[in-house]
Design a protein around this ligand. Structure first.
Ligand SMILES: Nc1nc2c(ncn2[C@@H]2O[C@H](COP(=O)(O)OP(=O)(O)O)[C@@H](O)[C@H]2O)c(=O)[nH]1
Ligand SMILES: [Mg+2]
Length: 317
């Protein structure tokens, strides 16, 4: 059987603590439905029914019908092709297909990006953008990178205050204007401030109002243009934050966003708070954007790089 490690090497290092957080964050998903998937393969033989039940369980775990069917078909084909006989071998085939469907795991880690990299956090209200900025700030600082926050969500005063509080907590400078200020101007100032201070990463908060969707998308495009203009040399990376607790709805929301904004990676927030963690398997398969990080709790240290193999194994153990 194909080697689990034959894929291109991942570049992001995951600490033992982060790996543990990742494992802990899938507990609800495992307890919910996923645990029963492992049970299927502890039967003496694999039958047509096993595969049907597998597909049903995957759908219940919020994998999404299209992706669930694809996973089962691919695993089944592998079992036939390689003439695998035992349930243990079949389970390994399923795990391999799950790792595959998460896409490549070889993006440049944020800690290895050049000085002055601008990271835009986008997503709907409440998905976890501001919290994820704080967490990424902490994550980068732990890896000896300096960060600066930009309060680009100027729609609510509370949003600016929230970022300031996080900034104090993780000791990151925060560039903010008044409520209702032009987010582009905030980003411009932040990029310039970051440049003059030699900061490694500028993390930009944005608004996520969906009721004025068209304007929001325009605003995000404008923020991106301004960021490029403020520092044409800098890489601009957009990360879409999705709320795992909304399951398949997160995929629909993401599709709406991706029509107007290009996104390099996804942060799947609140994985700890849901039994719908199976949604992770639809993300790359349906959006063609890989998950880079997952939110594993409400605290500032609760962020883990998304290790595909570690995630799949955690769901089965
Ligand atoms: N359990 C859990 N809660 C989270 C996580 N990320 C964010 N939250 C919570 O989700 C809520 C909304 O987060 P916030 O960052 O304000 O969302 P924003 O509107 O997109 O900026 C807050 O109550 C956060 O504490 C996570 O990974 N796990
Ligand atoms: Mg916010």
């Amino acid at each position: 059987m194909r080697n689990l490690f034959s894929r291109r090497e991942r570049k992001t290092t995951i600490t033992a603590g982060e790996q543990e957080q990742l494992e802990h964050s899938v507990e609800k998903t495992k307890e919910g439905v996923f645990g029963r998937i492992g049970d299927l393969f502890r039967q003496p033989i694999i039958t047509d029914e096993t595969w049907e039940e597998l597909e049903e369980l995957l759908i219940q775990a919020d994998v999404g019908p299209v992706t669930a069917q694809q996973l089962v078909d691919d695993a089944r084909k592998q079992v036939q092709r390689e003439e695998l006989k035992t349930p243990v071998e079949a389970e390994t085939a399923v795990r391999l297909q799950m790792v595959d469907i998460l896409g490549q795991d070889d993006h440049t880690p944020l800690e290895d990006m050049p000085e002055g990299t601008i990271i835009l956090m986008v997503g709907v209200n409440g998905s976890g953008k501001t919290t994820s900025i704080a967490k990424l700030g902490r994550y980068l600082e732990r890896r000896e990178r300096s960060v600066l926050f930009a309060a680009g969500d100027t729609f609510r005063a509370a949003a600016i205050d929230q970022l300031r509080v996080w900034g104090e907590r993780v000791k990151a400078p925060v560039i903010a204007h008044q409520q209702d200020a032009d987010p582009g101007a905030v980003v411009y100032d932040a990029v310039k401030a970051g440049q003059s201070r030699g900061v490694d990463a500028i993390l930009v908060d944005t608004a996520g109002r969906l009721h004025t969707k068209f304007n929001l998308m325009e605003e995000l495009q404008k923020i991106k243009r301004v960021a490029h203009k403020a520092n044409p040399e800098a890489d601009v990376v957009s990360l879409l934050v999705l709320d795992a607790t909304t399951g398949q709805n997160a995929i629909l929301q993401a599709k709406a966003f991706l029509q107007s904004v290009d996104v390099e990676g996804i942060i799947l927030a609140k994985l700890d708070g849901t039994a719908k963690g199976g949604v992770a398997f639809s993300v790359y398969n349906e959006l063609r954007v890989p998950i880079w990080y997952v939110g594993t709790g409400e605290k500032v240290d609760d962020l883990a790089p998304f290790d595909h193999l570690g995630f799949v194994n955690a769901l089965f153990e």
